[in-house]
Design a protein around this ligand. Structure first.
Ligand code: UD1
Ligand code: CA
Length: 449
């Protein structure tokens, strides 16, 4: 047995295949940029690789796919990019990264960008099999329905070849253990072995899977590393994309709950890969977390909220039916109630925006109280303007704050005001029509009808 420490000393190249056409997605966007839990499938794969002690990453993209290369660089800034100009099969795709393979590595890990749920540990397991002497380590699994997958052909308990579904005979089609696609290859041999693969099969493609028989012919041996089906799901269409999303959501919910959050109906809470949820957070049903959201300890999220790029402070209370848009920052113990939308605004410690408001491009001081129906009028059709509300201010219901405008600390604003000028600290501002009354008018009016 080789120790993990020794395995880590080996130099590893990961070749990520992202040149698929993804025609079955029926999309203007390349398949690997479709998102699972708010992150592209390519981003998922590169993130999992990032923790697997990989020395170099090579990404193989299709021609003209600068968008895929750009996305790869977000998650692996040092990755080398290779363009596969013709889609001639998975072995051909790996050979596109020849210049990277020639740099000389102990291990070459081949990873599919359309298989987004593989865990870091599985990459480590594949590498470990090479460290223990295998020439090729194939990732295998037992799918409920093996249709379409390559079959792992054994003689006794020895892996001898992989047969693609389309090339398999009747007996081979009955094999339950399948190829997940990913594999690890001896880096000293990879180029030579890949070069020996031909395209004499029904699809006239250069199959990476043929490397198993090539390695055996060269007196090396191939092994199978297994993973559960929910880790190796490949996404070829949007039905499989939804299946991957469901699995990923399950993992994220479980992690949040194990970390100390309560979810009353976890199946109705949708998280992003980067959602951060503290301890003793309570999340009621039907809440959607877009990317970039963090929730502090002890916060309560009532039912039916939608969040994106927002920070919810400790012990804050949000919803039901609240929307937090990019740049919403809720201070500790603050409250954002029903039918309230917050965008680009700091809500101070203990401040309250309890009902039916839009607060955009604003700073609300600590302990301020924003009455029902208050609107910051932040946009004139061309530019956005800022509203500043001082600590402890009290803004009466149904107020329009026409930005740019400042409400001083401790000031009061009368309900129904349209505030266009700054209000001093501790002042009262009322900006609405004066009430008048005509005694008995209504009775005279009715009598006349
Ligand atoms: C592949 C495996 C199959 C396995 C299955 C698991 C081969 C020959 N077959 O089949 O044994 O059961 O995955 O999901 O490897 N790609 C390129 N360039 C190419 C061809 C493919 O970059 O020329 C990329 C695709 O973008 C994709 C990956 O390689 O990310 C796999 O290709 P795909 O055509 O989807 O292979 P499968 O038929 O699914
Ligand atoms: Ca596939």
């Amino acid at each position: 047995m080789t120790s993990t420490k020794e395995a880590q000393k080996r130099r590893c190249l990961a070749v990520v295949l992202a040149a698929g056409e993804g025609t079955r997605m029926k999309s203007a966007m390349p398949k690997v940029l479709h998102k699972v839990a708010g992150r592209s499938m390519l981003g998922h794969v590169l993130t999992a690789l990032g923790d697997a002690a990989i020395d170099e990453v090579a990404v193989v993209v299709g021609p003209g796919r600068e968008d895929v290369a750009r996305e790869a660089q977000v998650f692996a800034p040092k990755a080398q990019m290779f363009v596969q100009t013709e889609r001639l099969g998975t072995a051909h795709a790996v050979l596109t990264a020849k210049a990277a393979l020639e740099q000389g590595f102990d291990d070459v890990l081949v990873v599919f960008a359309d298989t987004p749920l593989v865990r870091t540990q599985t990459f480590i397991n594949l590498k470990a099999a090479l460290a223990e002497g295998a020439g090729v380590a194939v990732l295998g699994f037992e799918p409920a329905d093996p249709t379409g997958y390559g079959r792992l052909v054994h003689e006794g308990d020895k892996l001898v070849s992989i047969r693609e579904h389309k090339d398999a005979n009747e007996a081979e089609l009955h094999i339950g253990i399948c190829n997940a696609g990913l594999m690890a290859i001896d880096g000293q041999q990879a180029l030579a072995w890949l070069g020996q693969i031909g395209n004499g099969n029904v699809q006239k493609e250069f199959y990476l899977t043929d490397i198993v028989s090539v390695a055996l012919a060269a007196h090396h041996h191939a092994v199978v590393v297994t993973a559960p089906e929910d880790e190796v799901l490949g996404v070829n269409d949007r039905v499989q994309l939804a299946a991957a999303e469901a699995i990923c959501q399950g993992r994220l919910r479980e992690a949040a709950m194990r970390n100390g959050a309560t979810m009353i109906a976890p199946d109705t809470v949708f998280l992003s890969c980067d959602t951060k949820i503290g301890r003793d957070v309570i999340i009621e049903p039907n809440v959607f977390f877009g990317p970039g959201v963090s929730v502090g300890d002890g916060a309560v999220i009532h039912a039916s909220c939608h969040f994106q790029q927002a920070t919810i402070g400790a012990k804050a209370e949000v919803g039901p039916f609240a929307r937090l848009r990019p740049g919403a920052m809720l201070g500790e113990g603050s409250k954002v109630g029903n039918f309230v939308e917050i965008k680009g605004a700091d809500i101070g410690v203990g401040a309250k925006v309890s009902h039916l408001s839009y607060i955009g491009d604003a700073v609300v001081g600590a302990q301020a109280n924003i009455g029902a129906g208050t609107i910051t009028c932040n946009y004139d059709g061309y530019n956005k303007f800022k509203t500043e509300i001082g600590a402890g201010a009290f803004v009466g219901s149904n107020t329009s704050l026409v930005a740019p405008v400042k409400i001083g600390a401790g000031a009061y604003v009368g309900s129904g005001s349209v505030i266009t000028k700054d209000v001093g600290d501790d002042a009262l501002a009322v900006a609405r029509g004066k009430q008048m009354e005509k005694a008995g008018w209504a009775a005279r009016f009715r009598a006349g009808k």
